[in-house]
Ligand binder design. Structure first.
Ligand code: GLN
Length: 483
C-alpha cells in the first residue's frame, strides 16, 4: 500500500478499501523500518498524524468535503512553519523554535484533510545541494546509502523515494526541489515565482524562493500543485491568477508541441551517461510526435556566478533577524548586547551559512554594491531575455536536471565550488522565475537520472502535459529503490 501513488491511494480511500488510519500506520511502520538508514526526517508528529487520519476517515465516511488529498500522508520540509511543531530549518539557531502559526500551504494541507507525517531534513536554511549541511545529520539516498539524496530538500525527496511519505513539499531557490528529485528518482516541480504562497516559508532568497511538490509520479505532482497554488493576501508576491485544474493537463499527446533541447547544457561538465539519457528522452519525445529543435542560451555561462551574488546578498539580509532576541537559540553568559549577538550567531549558524552571510554582506557593501550586486542584477535580466527568446520559439525547453547522478557522501563537502556547480542547470530557471519539473529519464550505475522540463511563466500545464506523455510511454518511474 505505501508504495502506491497519491491518486491510486485516493481511489482506495474513497471506495473505503483502505482507511487513512491504516495507511498512516503503515507509513509509520515503514519509517520504523528504514528511517535509521535514510534519516529523512527531523521531527515526526505521529500522535497528531494519527488524529488527523481519524478525522480524515470521518470525512471520507460522511462522504462530503473530500479532496484529492484527504487522508494522504505528506512530509513537509522543515523550513515551513507548523504551529506548535518544531521548525528548525536544519539549523542549530532554530533548534527550539515553535512557530505560533502555520504557513499558508500547511494550513491549506490541513484543511484539505491531508495527514502531516513530520518535518523533513534539509541543508541548513536551504543552502546546499546534498543535505550534508543539515546541523542535525545528513540524509542518505535510498537508492544507495553511500550517496547523497541531493539538496536542499533531500529529506523530502528521500522520504518519497523510500515510501516514508506518499507526498512531500520542498522549496526551491536554485534547484532544491528538482535536483534532489533527480537524485532520488522522483518527480519534483518548482512552480512559477508567485504561483504558490511563501507566507510561513522561512526566507532564504526572497526573489528566488518557491514552494513545490515532490511526488512519485507526474499525476501526483499536478494534484499537489493544484492544492497549494493560488493567491494569498499574506504574500504580496503571490499572483492573483485563477488556479487551473492541473489534472486536465495530463494528456498523453505531444503532437505539435515544440521542444527546445538546450545544447549548452549538454556540453562540458555534464556526465556522458546523463547526456545520453537526456538525448534519448528527446528522441523518445520526437517519436511521440513532438518537434525537437536545439536552442542555445549563451548567458547561462554566468548563471551560477550571478546566483552566488544575489542569493547570498538576499540571505545576508533575511538572516539578520536571527540574533538571539526573538527566535531560537540565544547564547548565555554574555553581559552586553553586542556580544550576545556575536556569540549567538557564531554558535547558531553552520559554516556554509556563515560563508553566504559574508559573501552577501560583502556584495552589498558600499563601494562593492555596483561592482557585484548591481552587475549581477543586470546579468539576471540577460538570462531572463535568453529564456524569453527561446520560449518565444518553443513551448518548453529540456535539459538534464543535474550534471551527474547522486555523488558520494563527503565527496564535495571540502569544495564549495564543486557543490555549487551541481545546480548549473537549475539555477537559471529561478533567476528567470519560470516553472520547471524534473522526472526520471534513466539510470547510471543503479542511480536515477533526471530530465528537466522548463516552461513559460504560469504555463505549468504545458510542462505537465509533456512530462505526463513521457512518463506514460516510458518505465523509469516504475523502478523503486531497494532499501
Ligand atoms: N544548492 C543551491 C544553494 O545552495 C540551491 C539551494 C536551494 O534551491 N534552496 O543555494
Amino acid at each position: 500500500m505505501i508504495n502506491k501513488s497519491a491518486h491510486e491511494l485516493h481511489s482506495l480511500l474513497s471506495s473505503k478499501r483502505v482507511s487513512s488510519l491504516e495507511l498512516t500506520e503503515a507509513v509509520f511502520a515503514r519509517i520504523d523500518q528504514v528511517e535509521d538508514k535514510v534519516k529523512a526526517y527531523i521531527t515526526l508528529t505521529k500522535e497528531e498524524a494519527l488524529r488527523q487520519a481519524r478525522a480524515a476517515d470521518a470525512r471520507l465516511k460522511a462522504g462530503n468535503n473530500i479532496t484529492p488529498l484527504t487522508g494522504l500522508p505528506v512530509a513537509v520540509k522543515d523550513n515551513m512553519c507548523t504551529q506548535g511543531v518544531l521548525t528548525t530549518c536544519g539549523s542549530k539557531i532554530l533548534n527550539n523554535y515553535l512557530p505560533p502559526y502555520d504557513a499558508t500551504i500547511v494550513a491549506g494541507l490541513k484543511s484539505a484533510g491531508a495527514v502531516i507525517i513530520g518535518k523533513a531534513n534539509m541543508d541548513e536554511f536551504a543552502m546546499g545541494s546534498s543535505t550534508e549541511n543539515s546541523a542535525l545529520y545528513p540524509t542518505r539516498n535510498p537508492w544507495d546509502l553511500t550517496t547523497v539524496p541531493g539538496g536542499s530538500s533531500g529529506g523530502s525527496a528521500a522520504a518519497v523515494a523510500a515510501d516514508e511519505a506518499v507526498l512531500a513539499l520542498g522549496s526551491d531557490t536554485g534547484g532544491s526541489i528538482r535536483q534532489p528529485a533527480a537524485f532520488c528518482g522522483v518527480v519534483g516541480m518548482k512552480p512559477t515565482y508567485g504561483r504558490v504562497s511563501r507566507f510561513g516559508l522561512v526566507a532564504f532568497a526572497s526573489s528566488l524562493d518557491q514552494i513545490g511538490p515532490l511526488t512519485k509520479d507526474v499525476t501526483d505532482s499536478a494534484i499537489l500543485l493544484g492544492a497549494i497554488a493560488g493567491h494569498d493576501e499574506k504574500d504580496a508576491t503571490s499572483v492573483d491568477l485563477p488556479v487551473p485544474d492541473y489534472r486536465k493537463a495530463l494528456i498523453d499527446d505531444v503532437k505539435k508541441v515544440k521542444i527546445g533541447l538546450i545544447s549548452n547544457l549538454l556540453g562540458d561538465g555534464i556526465a556522458p551517461e546523463v547526456k545520453l539519457a537526456v538525448k534519448a528522452a528527446a528522441e523518445a519525445l520526437a517519436k511521440l510526435g513532438a518537434e525537437i529543435v536545439e536552442v542555445e542560451l549563451p548567458s547561462f555561462e554566468y548563471a551560477v556566478s550571478t546566483y552566488y551574488l544575489l542569493a547570498p546578498a538576499e540571505a545576508s539580509s533575511n538572516l539578520a533577524r536571527f540574533d538571539g532576541v526573538k527566535y531560537g537559540h540565544r547564547s548565555g553568559g554574555t553581559k552586553d548586547l553586542l556580544n550576545m549577538y556575536y556569540n549567538t550567531r557564531r554558535e547558531g549558524f553552520g559554516p556554509e551559512v556563515k560563508r553566504r552571510i559574508m559573501i552577501g554582506t560583502y556584495a552589498l557593501s558600499a563601494g562593492y554594491y555596483d561592482a557585484y550586486y548591481l552587475k549581477a542584477l543586470k546579468v539576471r535580466t540577460l538570462i531572463k531575455q535568453d529564456f524569453e527568446k527561446a520560449l518565444g520559439k518553443c513551448d518548453v525547453l529540456i535539459s538534464p536536471t543535474a550534471p551527474t547522478v547522486a555523488f558520494k557522501v563527503g565527496e564535495k563537502t571540502a569544495d564549495p565550488l564543486a557543490m555549487y556547480l551541481s545546480d548549473i542547470a537549475t539555477i537559471p530557471v529561478n533567476l528567470a522565475g519560470l516553472p520547471a519539473l524534473s522526472l526520471p529519464c534513466g539510470f547510471s550505475g543503479g542511480l536515477p537520472i533526471g530530465l528537466q522540463i522548463i516552461g513559460r511563466a504560469f504555463a505549468e500545464e504545458t510542462i505537465l502535459r509533456v512530462a505526463f506523455t513521457y512518463e506514460q510511454n516510458t518505465k523509469w518511474h516504475t523502478q523503486k529503490a531497494k532499501l
